[in-house]
Design a binder for this molecule. Structure first.
Ligand SMILES: Nc1ncnc2c1ncn2[C@@H]1O[C@H](COP(=O)(O)OP(=O)(O)OP(=O)(O)O)[C@@H](O)[C@H]1O
Ligand SMILES: [Mg+2]
Length: 264
């Protein structure tokens, strides 16, 4: 069973910590003392085309999207319409062909790779649609990785990873490698890895797609707690119960945002 009690040592960290990891100065526009929503992500005219040989796929066709700090945004839309591509491009994991994505006041695709990676490690957590766990590492080691990347000491990282695995109901499975875990268990390791650093923004691609309804509800509860603590959640899902939790539904159709590109 998944534990959903609040374990955060500093539950307001994500809301209050607006320090820019690149300069150690306060991120522009991210002041927690400002009334109403503060912008966290702002995308304008984002296009992404995949080319393999003669085949050209326009996966994103000029997307505009604003996401505010503390929002719980759910992205929905039919298969193959660009949802995963949107997450990858907005978070700076993937390159874009045109447009701009500003996060924490910085145009992330213009940053040198090393700075973009540092920014990601300091501010973001990811649940990938295909989990992307590292096969040669145990579940616990996979969950430790983002903590170590963010500079946490190994002993503290081990402790936090173990506690987070407990919260997704995998306390007994920490030593197992991904291949020794079921699809749903791997997905829960991926969720633990995304949440363990208490990141300012969590990008989650179908995070409950492999879970039974009770386990999915418990993962959703964890997401809700993270959001209540100030973390911004951007979740791609086909699950309407996650949609009910959202501040805003964004509908992606054919590489464009059909509805919900700005908070109302
Ligand atoms: N690496 C790639 N190379 C070529 N085409 C790609 C690549 N990744 C995605 N595509 C294409 O881009 C389009 C959008 O894909 P994407 O994975 O973003 O869709 P999606 O909305 O996440 O779908 P699903 O709900 O099935 O996960 C699809 O037509 C897909 O085939
Ligand atoms: Mg997808």
């Amino acid at each position: 069973m998944i534990s959903t009690h609040q374990n955060s040592t500093n539950p307001k960290k994500a809301a209050l910590d607006t320090t820019d990891p690149l300069t150690n100065t306060t991120a522009p526009g991210a002041g927690a003392d400002r009334p109403g929503w503060a912008p966290l992500v702002s995308a304008r005219g984002v296009s992404k085309t995949y080319r393999s040989g003669d085949l050209v796929v326009s996966a994103l066709r000029g997307v505009d999207l604003d996401i505010n700090s503390g929002e719980f945004v759910v992205i929905m839309g039919p298969s193959g319409n660009g949802k995963s591509t949107l997450l990858n491009c907005l978070s700076g994991l993937d390159t874009i062909d045109a447009g701009e994505v500003v996060i924490d006041g910085r145009s992330i695709h213009e940053l040198p790779d090393r700075m973009r990676t540092a920014h990601r490690a300091a501010r973001m957590g990811f649940v990938f649609q295909s989990f992307n766990l590292i096969p040669v590492l145990s579940a616990e080691e996979n969950v430790e990785l983002p903590l170590l990347a963010a500079g946490t000491k190994p002993a503290a990282a081990r402790k936090a990873a173990s506690r987070m695995l407990g919260r997704v109901g995998l306390a007994e499975r920490g030593r197992h490698r991904p291949a020794e875990l079921s699809g749903g268990e791997q997905q829960r390791v991926a969720v633990a890895r995304a949440l363990v650093t208490e990141p300012a923004v969590v990008w989650a691609d179908e995070p409950t797609g492999n879970l039974d309804s009770a386990t999915a509800a418990a993962v959703l509860e964890l997401f809700g707690e993270a959001n209540a603590a100030g973390q911004t959640m951007v979740v791609v899902t086909h699950d309407p119960t996650i949609g009910q939790r959202a501040h805003r539904l964004v509908e992606v159709r054919d590489g464009l945002i059909k509805n919900g590109s700005v908070a109302s």
